[in-house]
Design a protein around this ligand. Structure first.
Ligand SMILES: [Zn+2]
Length: 77
């Protein structure tokens, strides 16, 4: 049984430098990078960008629903 062992992103023998090292992918505060556990090859992975869902400014500055200031006709009880 070979249970357990999380999804490790490790590509065996795919190091462009030493050709025989295992290349893993990890992430730090800078972003994703790949590294060879054998020769120490390191490379930033650009292109992998975290998708940030941020609401774009919309429905803004539309004069709608504003109360009409009482001008002209004054209402009295
Ligand atoms: Zn290597």
């Amino acid at each position: 049984m070979n249970k357990g062992g999380g999804p490790k992103m490790l590509r065996p023998k795919s190091c462009p430098r030493c050709k025989t090292g295992d290349v893993g992918v990890d992430k730090d505060h800078h972003g994703w990078y790949e590294f060879c556990i054998q020769c120490g090859y390191l490379r930033d992975l650009i292109g992998v960008i975290e998708v940030e869902t941020k609401p774009s400014g919309q429905a803004k500055g539309r004069g709608r629903g504003s109360r009409t200031s009482g001008k002209g006709k004054s209402k009295y009880a």
